[in-house]
Design a binder for this molecule. Sequence first.
Ligand code: NAD
Length: 258
Amino acid sequence: MSITLYHGSGNPNLSLQSISIIGGAERKQGNKYGGFYTVDQASYKNAAAYARMNGGEPTMYALEVRGDANIWDKPGDITRLSIADIQKWRDQGIDIVRGKDFRGQVEYAIINRDIVTGMKAEALIESLGLRDFITIVEQAHIYSEEELQAMDIDDLDRLAFGYADDDLIEIDPRDISIKWHCDLENPEHKYKLGGDTWVNSVDLSEPVEVSINEDGVMELEDGHHRRFAALKRGEKLLAKIEIKGSPVRAILKRQGMM
Ligand SMILES: NC(=O)c1ccc[n+]([C@@H]2O[C@H](COP(=O)([O-])OP(=O)(O)OC[C@H]3O[C@@H](n4cnc5c(N)ncnc54)[C@H](O)[C@@H]3O)[C@@H](O)[C@H]2O)c1
């Protein structure tokens, strides 16, 4: 089964061949950032708004994507993906990065063109009312420091990082960075002694503790044995979130205001 994703553009002549994952002369800041941004059916209207905002001739593209594409749920904002990150994720076999823009809306950045099996231009469905369009433009809001300081801390954390303190989430152990490298020695030693028997005996039901720093990086604070075992077993982990980075600084930086 394939998945359908939508891209809105002001260019009526895009084709599968013209999608460039990295760079692309006509794209804004295309030399520094990459990916082909799309949305799913539920957010069709957002892509339609991009098509209208782009200038040119508003056109919607429906992309057929292979059902077995490797979609990675990246925490935090994914509005701009650097070329270096894209290359790293491609090396890890990731095809699509799914995450949120700074307004919290879900978007899919395709980083492997080969998983797109078809692309066709469609007339823009005119169901996007003026009110919807204004709402989307209004949401593209640049926050001042004062506005951010006045917000509820959980709302602020979610806007900045996608999560708030004490959120309990399911996470792929590969998405957690190691902060305390010396804490890895203990599980490695246990694995040497006990092998898979030890790996299979580790209880993964208790959440590990993960902090999020100002760059949105998730770091392991506690649970090195569970992470090690989950990696070996190919299983996910439960994680309790602690926000360590300043959300205000993170948002201001992202808006280019710091
Ligand atoms: N356009 C969409 O449907 C869409 C969907 C989800 C999110 N977004 C958001 O909008 C921001 C801007 O994205 P954009 O796609 O509108 O880019 P853009 O503003 O850089 O687009 C400029 C032009 O380049 C085309 N283009 C975009 N990516 C391309 C690629 N990889 N290869 C060839 N042509 C490409 C676009 O269709 C457009 O004609 C993204 O950072 C993302 O957060 C856009």
